[in-house]
Design a protein around this ligand. Sequence first.
Ligand code: NAD
Length: 433
Amino acid sequence: MRIAMIGTGYVGLVSGACFADFGHTVTCVDTEEARIESLKAGVMPIYEPGLQAIVERNVGGARLAFTTDATQAVASADAVFIAVGTPSRRGDGYADLSYVRDAASQIATLIEGFTVVVTKSTVPVGTGDEIEAIIRGARPDADFAVVSNPEFLREGSAIEDFKRPDRVVVGLDDERARATMVEIYRPLNLIETPMVVTDRRTSELIKYAANAFLAMKVTFINEIADLCEKVGADVQQVSKGIGLDKRIGPKFLHAGPGFGGSCFPKDTAALIRTGVDAGARMRLVETTAQVNDIRKSGLAGRIAAALGGEVAGRTIGVLGLTFKPNTDDMRAAPALEVIPALRGMGARIQVFDPQALEARRLLPDVEFKAGPYEAVEGADAVVILTEWDQFRALDLERVRALMRSPTIVDLRNVYRPDEMRQRGFTYVSVGRR
Ligand code: NAD
């Protein structure tokens, strides 16, 4: 199949590269020239484990190309995927569909012959109808079908997720489009990946329902963690005890600083808007978003408490800035809330993150250090914000010796409280005694 991928970000680039690895011929299009130039030069514009190799392999095999000019790619494509961003609209939580609409208008002018237009971006129910109307309005004669195919990959394990998904969801009402989608995902038959084929609106909603449910699960265990702290229980054991129940499952039961990232915050907000507009309020999701916001805004207070309330003039070392390990994505990361709040209280902040290059722009009043030991040196407290592997086995003797006072606030429960106390740390974690 010939595929054009409109939008070459975290989803478009990974999907495009993996489709090429399946044997399809893929052209990834992006409006950002620097991004395309960088890819043409073999430099990945994002950090995603394994991405470089798969891109190189498929560019080398002439199955993957990059361009800012969609003309040829769209005209010759059997399927055009839309993988542009759908961020929260400032102020009201609705998904900003301007990039999707622009992409649809552009696709309308370029398609030739029967073309399947596939929405991979996360879009509210009814967006497929809108895309269809945009294309039909511009090209009444065009032969096309609009399909919903939401993406479930996770940054940090995106390639594995794309190539071994739990399921593929496809929403359509056109038999030719079904045949195209089956052909595109045929390589997954080998590993017996279930394909959920449904109507477009249901498919659009499946993506939001999945993300809202996961956000709710994370928020639930965070509240249980707060309760554990009050009543002297251990949230890790609670997670294990409930997660072994197959009806609940062990995933997304890790207490921490609250969810962030490029998906859960904006997708819960958008689903809440859809619910209000449809007259079916999503009260659980509304509460989830509120509880998570309160959690994130309370993190600085937790850290201040670990410092005995004295923050002004103290030095705080922060390990990890991205919203989770193995990505460079800083969108809605808890770090963006907690660090300015600590700065506002008068703390000096020194940080280390292995990949968060963009953080230098987002967090201007912060000292960036070359490694974890540099970031803890002279600190009155160290906060573990992201559980990068390299923070899991720090030389704790060295850390203690480098710090001015050995207080660790471990917001990811990386270490064991009893061991940390034995080693002479004042150790605060989440939901544990
Ligand atoms: P991103 O911001 O990393 O990438 C979007 C890209 O689209 C940008 O490079 C931008 O320049 C480009 N673009 C915008 N308009 C364009 C146009 N008209 N033509 C060509 N390129 C254009 O976003 P992302 O994280 O890849 O997310 C894309 C979509 O996938 C969103 O709807 C998101 O919710 C969804 N999604 C994201 C993830 C994730 O983990 N990031 C997972 C599943 C689903």
